[in-house]
Design a protein around this ligand. Structure first.
Ligand code: SAM
Length: 315
């Protein structure tokens, strides 16, 4: 069984339970045998009394945080945006390439469970094997099929099956024809290409357009922190009183300095004023990983009535 040891946000480690092993970190020594059988969320004191850590469930969010990087990976900001924009939900059937480190695959599996399926393709044999092993360990084998193949050369080998396609490949345009064939041919579908450079976006857009995809849109997902501050709102009476307090304090200081005598008692504001919460957004926005190009697959329809039905489905 896999657990995540959480000592702090920067100090998380995936642990595969083995009663013979001991885990050491700066917070102490932790025996696996003490952790086995404990509920997720348990606060675990160290064996040598130095500190503690928490035992957490390997959720997709936490897994993305600790996954061994065999490649560049997708992070939560992009993952949540793509999942929403591709209309993914329980039961969706998805095609993904490349699998890479499997960061996105874990989130996809949770979204489509319990009866959806993810077909993920990776041409690097070691990465495909490692991802497969991770999915097995995390109990996701029923939801994910990993296949080792070069999708540029061999295509996906899937027809009329998937609701959505996600391509995180250096040359997604070389996989678009095969991806198109993989869509359920009588339904509207969504595709997303994840590319770091704008030149790749341009080529992907041209190819999507050529293959009859519509509603082609590109997004960039950036992270902007909101800095929240509070500003006290004084009534005129309280503001005057506050100025008096300050003046009195100043006078008191001066008097003390001059004669070391006692200062007069200052008027006080009876109550703290209410606060106004304001938020500032720093102009700098960090977090560019890639551009997200989305497009819609239009179904192959037999007659006009079907087209009207499908357009209504879109609204
Ligand atoms: N989205 C993944 C994640 O979140 O962990 C990372 C994907 S990684 C950036 C891109 C992967 O595409 C690499 O592992 C690479 O080996 C794979 N790849 C590149 N060309 C491919 C091809 N022609 N067929 C299949 N996989 C390919």
């Amino acid at each position: 069984m896999l657990r995540l040891s959480y000592a702090s946000r920067e100090n998380m480690t995936p642990l595969i339970m083995d009663p013979k092993l001991t885990y050491n970190n700066k917070f102490g020594t932790f025996r696996h045998s003490d952790m086995i059988g404990k509920e997720y969320g348990t606060k675990m004191p160290s064996h040598n009394g130095r500190g503690f850590m928490y035992l957490l469930h390997p959720t997709p969010e936490l897994w993305t945080h600790v996954v061994p990087h065999r490649t560049q990976i997708l992070y939560i900001a992009d993952i949540s945006f793509i999942t929403t924009y591709l209309d993914l939900k329980p039961g969706s059937i998805i095609l993904e390439s490349g699998t890479g480190s499997g960061s996105f695959s874990h989130s996809l599996a949770r979204t489509i469970a319990p009866n959806g399926h993810l077909y993920t393709f990776e041409y690097h044999e070691e990465r495909a094997k490692a991802a497969k092993q991770d999915f097995e360990r995390h109990g996701l084998s029923d939801l994910i099929t990993v296949e080792c193949r070069d999708v540029y050369k061999e295509g996906f080998g899937i027809t009329d099956l998937v609701h959505a396609v996600f391509l995180d490949l250096p040359a997604p345009w070389d996989a678009i024809a095969s991806a198109k064939a993989a869509f359920k041919q009588k339904r509207i579908g969504k595709i997303c290409c994840f590319s770091p450079c704008i030149e790749q976006v341009q080529r992907a857009c041209a190819s999507l357009n050529e293959h009859g995809f519509v509603e082609i849109k590109m997004f960039e997902c950036l992270i902007r922190n909101q800095e929240v501050h509070t500003i006290p709102i004084y009534t005129v009476k309280d503001a005057v009183s506050k100025i008096k307090v300050q003046q009195d304090k100043k006078r008191k200081r001066n008097e003390e300095e001059a004669s070391n005598s006692k200062a007069a008692k200052s008027p006080r504001i009876k109550q703290d004023p209410p606060n106004l919460y304001v938020s500032k957004t720093p102009t700098e926005a960090k977090g560019h990983t890639s551009y997200l190009t989305f497009a819609t697959f239009l179904p192959v329809l037999d007659d006009e009535v079907e087209i009207i039905d499908k357009v209504n489905e879109l609204d």
